[in-house]
Ligand binder design. Structure first.
Ligand code: CMC
Length: 365
């Protein structure tokens, strides 16, 4: 019998040109560019890079951004759907329906050419923030807002959600969130998407497979868990007891640990810095201090008990930022998807380009 790697740990399933991770050194690159450099760009430029494979020049970026802005709008039927899809505890349930409806309204749905698929990518990248904002405002009895073409991808989302323009620091924070969340090699949602794409299912279906997989608390759903934990811990002094209580019961602390990183996740480092900045601007730094204490206690406990520290992952300090940006926890996974959709589409195209159906074996017992 061949050795079974539970959770496919360490298995290399395919070649990719989209991103590179060195988990020991804490390095992440999208298409050869370090995440630290990408974090200083706009989401438009980074999504162009992921979808098209190269950094856009000035004219290409201007044309791409203009196209995204045109596509931000959703039609009346979609607005009605968002109104009807009155989500419960998780907005992603409604977003899933919205993407299904987008597919059915898209005249190119059944066209699997690269050109048609790039059009679908643009539509999804542009429309996801609008769908989420409209859904949220309808649920809260507020009038949905039209996108503001003078605002960046991130700033426009916060404007449509909250009804007021974000500060420069808030706009920087959400833009970075989308960039840092955009791509991460064969994470569970991307792998699920690639399996769907490998059957030659259409791009919308593959994206929905990815979206459904993002939902789980061990993946993108962890961000919501961290937000809830920050409220539960409430003050920095409670962090120690909270962690010890959970670990004694073998419960997971959301936002810590990673299958690939054995060092500090480079995205967390950038998120941490940004979280500190938004906390300072807000004036109440409690959430940030709670998070820092949780990080210290987790590091200490894992080092002492297991001889190896544990580090915050991408969902930890991003959740602190969401608290300061007043993004409600039930929206957290969907907001993660706004960033991730460009990486998903890139993987979808890469799978179509060099396809063999993904079909491993199981050992019968
Ligand atoms: N809290 C408490 N214990 C943990 C944690 C944590 N966050 N992470 C790992 N451990 C323990 C785990 O219980 C296991 O202990 P034991 O050997 O006694 O069974 C050991 O560390 C190894 O962990 P694992 O769960 O086997 O590691 P994995 O590679 O299978 O899973 C993980 C990685 C990210 C799913 C896991 O660390 C986890 O569940 N973290 C909490 C949820 C979370 O933050 N998920 C976000 C993942 S990263 C970004 C994303 O995908 O969105």
């Amino acid at each position: 019998m061949q050795e079974i790697k539970k959770g496919l740990e360490g298995i290399v399933a395919l070649d990719t040109r989209i991103s590179f991770i060195d988990g020991m050194q804490g390095i992440l690159r999208y298409r050869g560019i370090d995440i630290e450099q990408l974090a200083g760009m706009t989401y438009d430029a980074v999504s162009y890079l992921l979808v098209n494979g190269e950094i856009p020049n000035e004219q290409e970026l201007a044309a791409y951004s203009a196209r995204l802005k045109t596509e931000r709008r959703i039609n009346g039927e979609m607005t009605d759907i968002m109104r009807i899809c009155n989500y419960g505890s998780e907005a992603l349930d409604s977003l899933r329906t919205a993407i299904s409806c987008t597919a059915q309204m898209d005249y190119e749905n059944d066209n699997n050419s690269l050109e048609a698929n790039k059009n679908k990518a643009i539509r999804l990248i542009a429309k996801l923030p609008t769908m989420i904002a409209v859904m949220y405002r309808c649920k809260n009895g507020e009038i949905p807002l039209q996108p503001d073409d003078d605002l960046s991808h991130g700033a426009n989302f916060l404007y449509m959600l909250r009804g007021e323009e974000p500060s420069a620091i808030e706009a920087e924070a959400i833009e970075k969130d989308f960039i840092l969340s955009a791509e991460h090699e064969l994470n569970p949602s991307t792998f699920a998407l690639r399996i769907a794409a490998s059957t030659l299912a259409d791009a919308y279906s593959a994206i929905i497979a990815g979206l459904c997989t993002l939902k789980g608390p061990l993946h993108g759903g962890a961000r919501k868990g961290v937000m809830e934990m920050l409220d539960e811990v409430a003050v920095p002094e409670n962090a120690n007891d909270y962690v010890l209580y959970k670990l004694a019961r073998k419960q997971k602390i959301m936002g810590f640990g990673h299958r690939v990183y054995r060092n500090y996740d480079p995205r967390s480092r950038i998120f941490k810095e940004m979280a500190k900045k938004v906390a300072k601007e807000n004036g109440d730094t409690t959430y940030y201090e709670v998070a820092e204490n949780l990080e210290h206690v987790m590091y200490r406990e894992f080092l002492e008990v297991r001889g190896r520290p544990i580090y915050p992952n991408v969902d930890f300090y991003s959740a602190v930022i969401y608290k300061y940006l007043q993004i409600p926890p039930e929206l957290a996974t969907s907001v993660f998807a706004i960033g991730r959709v460009s990486g998903w589409t890139a993987h979808c195209f890469e799978q179509y380009t060099d396809n063999r159906v993904i079909r491993p074996r199981a050992h019968y017992v």
